[in-house]
Design a protein around this ligand. Sequence first.
Ligand SMILES: Cc1ncc(COP(=O)(O)O)c(C=O)c1O
Length: 390
Amino acid sequence: MLDAARRLIMPSARSDVPPFMVMDVMAAAARIEAAGGRVIHMEVGQPAAPAPSTAIAAARAALAAGRIGYTATLGIPSLRARIARHYADAYGVPVDPARVIVTTGSSGGFILAFLALFEPGDRVAVALPGYPPYRHILTALGCEPVPIETTQATRWTITPEMLIAAHRRAPLKGVLIGSPANPTGTMMAAEALRDLIEVAEGEGMRFISDEIYHGLDYAFAAETAARLSDNAVIINSFSKYFCMTGWRIGWMVVPEPLIRPIERLQGNLAISVPTLSQIAAQAAFDGRAEMEAVKHGYEENRRILLDGLPKAGLDKILPVDGAFYLYADVSRFADDSFAFAKRMLEETHVAATPGVDFDPLRGRHFVRFCYAGSAAEMHEAVERIGAWLR
Ligand SMILES: Cc1ncc(COP(=O)(O)O)c(C=O)c1O
């Protein structure tokens, strides 16, 4: 009887996904701030700048005009057309607006993509280190994430050889890559992306490309999978380049046969994406000059950290190609990056994220710094860390 009662309040096994540890760092930072400390926040991966003023003005005008109703399930047609035009403008790649689907952030895009592409039990390759929700969303949906450990030798990306080796051990149904990547900030060269897509599709695997950090590329231009394959699913967002994290708005470019299934899924799961955010997102494309200025700020921050952190003692850093992350090896100073990040926060008031979130094993040696703040904060962080490590 007791067992039956307990079962009624038991959460499902698939809801048992790990939390994001960065939240624990944020909570510790908030305690320091509540006690009067001034924390430099380099733990959370979000821009310090607001959305483009064009987006905010469009949202204000829409609110003033009155009713905010549902939209078409796949998104406001003019927004889908504007996103399609973005591919022509930014990459010189023609994309049919019918293939563009507006989503609730890229997070909403992953759920739709995984549901539309995979069956329960399907195995999907993801890179380690990598963005944790890739693995956790797959798990929650009953799929099996297959982590592939990347290394310096392969520039921290999945190579065709690694993919094939994993596929031969047990068949994979898909592979998901992110470039520029979180947490490393490292990018795949266009040829590397092309080779991986070719091999994946040759083996019958679905290819998903998370392009959320496109626009924030410093080392070389990021390539879109949309140029390389009509079968790939591209996931993107207004969260990072357009500084619109809280607006929860993103998009996908999908192969034609997936349009209707995803329309059915999104119609049932969400009806449509928040209307105000869609209106703002369309206007965000007119605010590119502002966003380019923000990007130049990140470039300056990147330069400050690449110059300062090695002098401060953190000299083992993965290639800092894009996004706004720097992934540093701290094994010289600590065996456990969680303890390192905790001590650094307590003793220097610089908050960063321990790598265990992104790589359960080797992440013990790494800490991720987000450099989406101000140049003054970057200088101060370098100074505080340098004084602490000396
Ligand atoms: C690599 C990567 N993909 C996807 C997301 C999700 O972003 P959003 O749902 O805000 O578009 C993030 C957020 O940090 C990320 O780092």
